[in-house]
Design a protein around this ligand. Structure first.
Ligand code: PEP
Length: 248
């Protein structure tokens, strides 16, 4: 019932010419895929040229972050209107690098989530515990708070995606086992059910992120509550991202 979504987060990688080269290669490799959704999130500077390359393709475009205001004196920020104007339909919000390097709070992330929805973007709300929190048995507590605060005042009819990304697994080569990831995904669905009801909770896509590679994608994605992947490092090479997209 839930279509898989495989999303690539390019982070702060790829100049415009490198981005065009990557997207041309990727487009060709995944052109026959029609049973799952494919998303790429290049850096802001590459969004417009990449959107031109994607015209008519089966790959959708997203931003990696945004500010919640439409416009104004917010030097260095990008608004939802700007993302829409270059063809984005998704935006990643609350990524652990935003939370831990740039100090984003649940309150700020919630404003961004509400604004993205109001402007017709689909937010991908990222949640996940630090290694220390996992070791202290706090995983569920941390994730629940990030979900409840991040989705505060969100209408149950709004479309949103959750990405569970244990911070200790991001860019470290350490992947959560499928069973360990599934346990948290199921818990997230229970929290969503409590917030929005069963029907809505069972329709929300919950992606896993954290060192997803062609070799481990299928094992993770066969779990019942894992509906896709948010891929960092392995999305920077067309061939490896395409292999993840085409997992079976
Ligand atoms: C990410 O950027 O969200 C991510 C999960 O990175 P990586 O796949 O490199 O761990």
């Amino acid at each position: 019932m839930r279509r898989f979504l495989i999303a690539g987060n390019w982070k702060m990688h790829k100049t415009v010419s490198e981005a065009i080269e990557l997207v041309r290669e990727l487009k060709n490799l995944v052109k026959d895929v029609s049973d799952r959704d494919i998303l790429i999130c290049p850096p802001f500077t590459a969004l417009y040229p990449v959107s031109k390359e994607l015209e008519g393709s089966n790959i959708t475009l997203g931003g990696q972050n945004m500010y919640f205001e439409e416009q104004g004196a917010f030097t260095g920020e990008i608004s939802p209107l700007m993302l829409k104007s270059v063809g984005c339909s998704y935006v990643i919000l609350g990524h652990s690098e935003r939370r831990h390097i740039f100090g984003e709070s649940d309150e700020l992330i919630n404003k961004k989530v509400l604004s993205s929805i109001n402007h017709g973007l689909i937010p991908i709300l990222c949640v996940g515990e630090l290694l220390e929190e996992r070791e202290n048995g706090k995983t569920k507590e941390v994730v629940e708070e990030q979900i409840r605060e991040g989705l505060k005042n969100v209408n149950k009819d709004a479309e949103f995606v959750i990405a569970y990304e244990p911070v200790w697994a991001i860019g470290t080569g350490k992947t959560a086992t499928p069973e360990l990831a599934e346990e948290v995904h199921l818990f997230i669905r229970e929290v969503l059910s409590d917030m929005f009801g069963n029907e809505k909770a069972s329709s929300v896509k919950i992606l896993y992120g954290g060192s997803v590679k062609p070799e481990n994608a299928a094992g993770l994605l066969k779990m019942e509550n894992i509906d896709g992947a948010l891929v960092g490092g392995a999305s920077l090479k067309a061939e490896s991202f395409a292999k993840i997209v085409k997992f079976d």
